[in-house]
Design a protein around this ligand. Sequence first.
Ligand SMILES: N[C@@H](CCC(=O)N[C@@H](CS)C(=O)NCC(=O)O)C(=O)O
Length: 265
Amino acid sequence: MLELYHNALSTCSQKVRLVLSEKGLSYETHDVDLLGGGQHDPEYVKLNPNHVVPTLVHDGAVLIESTLINEYLDDAFPDPALRPADPEARHGMRLWTQRIDSKVHPAAGVVTFAIGPRAMLLQQPEEVREANIAAIPDPARRAARRSVIENGVKAPEFAGALERFLDLLDDMESALSGQSWLSGEGFGLADAAALPYVLRLDHLAMSPLLEASARPNLADWYGRVKARPSYEPAVTAWIPEPVLALFGGAGKEVWPDVEPLTRRS
Ligand SMILES: N[C@@H](CCC(=O)N[C@@H](CS)C(=O)NCC(=O)O)C(=O)O
């Protein structure tokens, strides 16, 4: 039996849901309300001491860290395989997943909270907002969260975080000129890892960065990932329309400030 503790819009949750769906696995879900502080609930923290989603429970085994969960799923449920068999190609796949975890994911927290849910969070009573920020265990992440909620895209962390995204998009564009998928021959763990971050930019109204006129190989890949049978049940089915409208509206509002930061010669 598989149980996923997750959040509809969380990038790391999307990544795991995509792999569950690609493998045709059914699972029970438990929603963790991240804006309401559900990740800090003492019962949840017993499962995930890092106060984050996702957590997968498989027949009593508690698994954390989205990339490691996806590798576990590929070990435990090998058909269809989502990692290349060739060791060099597998290393190449892991360069993407490692980079997404270490560089892109922290940047996604900054970019998302500077724009998407910011207005909603600023409407929360200050003591509620502050208590949820204070409960973030990692001091750097805590400080960045406070800074971007207060200052939006003008926060000192914002431009650098956006750069991490642009690096990813440009490197994907180059890689996808020689191969159809980041993982190698077929759709795999690197593609599942990258999709939520590309989608996040789209949700925050940064779609000009993803268009064929800007990055044709990336645009083609994005279209092909969205056309896979896994995409609807893993991603679209979970996306709450009001939150999407909030993210998109906030993204459009700040685009005049963001667009100059996206220009690369
Ligand atoms: N390295 C972790 C990161 C997990 C993570 O940061 N999850 C976010 C959602 S995508 C979260 O739960 N954030 C809660 C918070 O920042 O308070 C993983 O890959 O599972």
